[in-house]
Structure formats: structure tokens, C-alpha cells
Design a binder for this molecule. Sequence first.
Ligand code: ZN
Length: 160
Amino acid sequence: MRKISTLILILLSAYCFSQTPKRVNIDKRLVEYVEDYIDQAQERGFYVRGLIVKRIDYIYIIDSIGTDERDHTQIIGSVGNDRRGFVIAEEVLKDTILTRVTVYHEIGHILAKSSKHVVRDKYHIMSSTHPEDDNILRDKIIMNGLIDEYFKWLSQNYKE
Ligand SMILES: [Zn+2]
């Protein structure tokens, strides 16, 4: 039975992929983060793989994005002017937590079709700045709570 169900699963997934009309160009260093995003969404009842393929064309890493003119902070992630993808500064990759949060943040802007941020909570994934003291984000339970909050925010802010 096990072999049969595996075969069906393989046939089914092959079928699904052939039905996908387009691909998302993702820097290979970020694929695991996007897969994590899709898994975390699914754990909370949201099925976003198709949505990501539909709404996002590219996810790239670039040397540097630049600094914010207003407060001179480093920009670590940015949605493209065409709003069809986003870039992340290479520096970010040194820190897996920062990379994870940045991927979630930029996908949030695209799916909400908005550049708005959450201001009431500096640890919110959709806050405009990454907190300087981000050690608490290394706590799995805290991070899981922040991801809960993020998907709650997304379900309220998502735009077709
Ligand atoms: Zn932002």
C-alpha cells in the first residue's frame, strides 16, 4: 500500500507542476525560506503556494540596497517598483533569523499590496525596522507567536 500511495503522490505532484504556467525566479539561497513560509502558512490553514507563484516573479539577493534617506538606516529588503517581486541585501544572509523575517516581511507587502507597516509593536514582522535586540527572536516559542501574529495581520490585510 505504501508504494502505491507514494506513486499516486508522485503522479499527482507531477501533474500539479505541469499545470503551473509560470515559475518564480528565486535565488537558490532563499528557496528554503520561501518553502518555510509556505509550510508555516499551511500550519495555520492558509494555502499560499499558488498565490506566491501567481503574484511573485522574482526573489533576488543583491549586494546592497542602500540606506534610508530619512533615518540613514540600512535597507535590508525592498519590493520592486513593479511590485512583482523583491530583493534582499546579501548582508542579511549571515543571519538566518533576519533572513527569515525579511522574507516574510517583503512577501507581506506584496500580498497586502501595501507598503504600510505595523507601528505598535517593534517585534512585529511587519514593523518597519528590525529590532536591534533581536535575541528573543531566537526563542522558538516567541518566534512562533510572531508568525501567528503575522498571518493574522495578513488575513486582515490581504488584497486580491
Ligand atoms: Zn516594509
